[in-house]
Design a protein around this ligand. Sequence first.
Ligand code: C2E
Ligand code: CA
Ligand code: CA
Ligand code: CA
Length: 274
Amino acid sequence: AKREGRGRVRFFESEMDKELRDRRLLQHDLRQALEQNQFVVYFQPQARIDGEVIGFEALLRWNHPTRGFVPPDRFVPLAEENGLIVEIGEWVLREACREAASWPRPLQVAVNLSPVQFQAGDLERSIHQILLETGLTPTRLEVEITEGVLIGDFTGALHLLRRLKALGIRIAMDDFGTGYSSLSYLQSFPFDKIKIDRGFISNLEASLQSAEIVRAVLSLAHALNIPVIAEGVETEAQRAFLAREACEEMQGYLVGRPDLIERYLDLVGMTVER
Ligand code: C2E
Ligand code: CA
Ligand code: CA
Ligand code: CA
């Protein structure tokens, strides 16, 4: 048993070494990804609970030259570690705003911001600059932040959020319910929207607790006059539950998967040939 135990430890360490080596390789490749145009912005529709599409969330994709598509959950943390997310995040913002500004229908576009973008760089200036450059009406831009933004320099983050709001853009609280203090943060900042995390929605049918949590989030949000969007809605049963509970909006495979905007040209009001 002892030998087996030692063997397991050695195996585990080599897996860790492999993981570390792989992270370093990816971090190295990330440095060239922007210049070599390896990033692509996908768009996923966001709809009212009745199905009417009202906007899109921009979701970053990295098309690695040898590995193919690397998921954002894999590379965003690496880009946060070495600070590259500041530049990459600006690029996503610019692409998303430029794209949205070209749509005949004035739909909204949502962009994810990393906590690192709040700490480093001049986020207010770059968003202001990008809005001017692309001509996008500020009220059409929504930024999605997680509670990670408010951890650490809480007052600094609040000031910045207020200045962003003063630009006219909207602020959504992402991954709601997954953190420790989401509830208390609702009190400290007038969020324009709450996104219920996909985890609660996918468990709606299987878990009574998830259903109760979703109900509780909705009644709290409504008491505070904040509209709610449910993430990861895949089935009509989930949509029907949310509609009954007066959830305002939804996003998920039921409405559409993240894809190149070309797939959604009809929705943005363009003819299919562009
Ligand atoms: P998120 O912001 O919570 O985004 C929602 C994730 O759920 C996306 O994964 C989306 O593709 C996926 N999703 C949407 N609808 C469904 C559904 O019906 N079923 C299932 N199973 N999944 C669904 P994705 O695109 O892999 O992104 C993962 C995370 O990476 C995002 O989570 C976000 O935190 C981060 N991310 C993506 N793009 C960016 C970006 O431009 N900047 C930053 N900082 N983070 C990003
Ligand atoms: Ca998001
Ligand atoms: Ca989420
Ligand atoms: Ca997330």
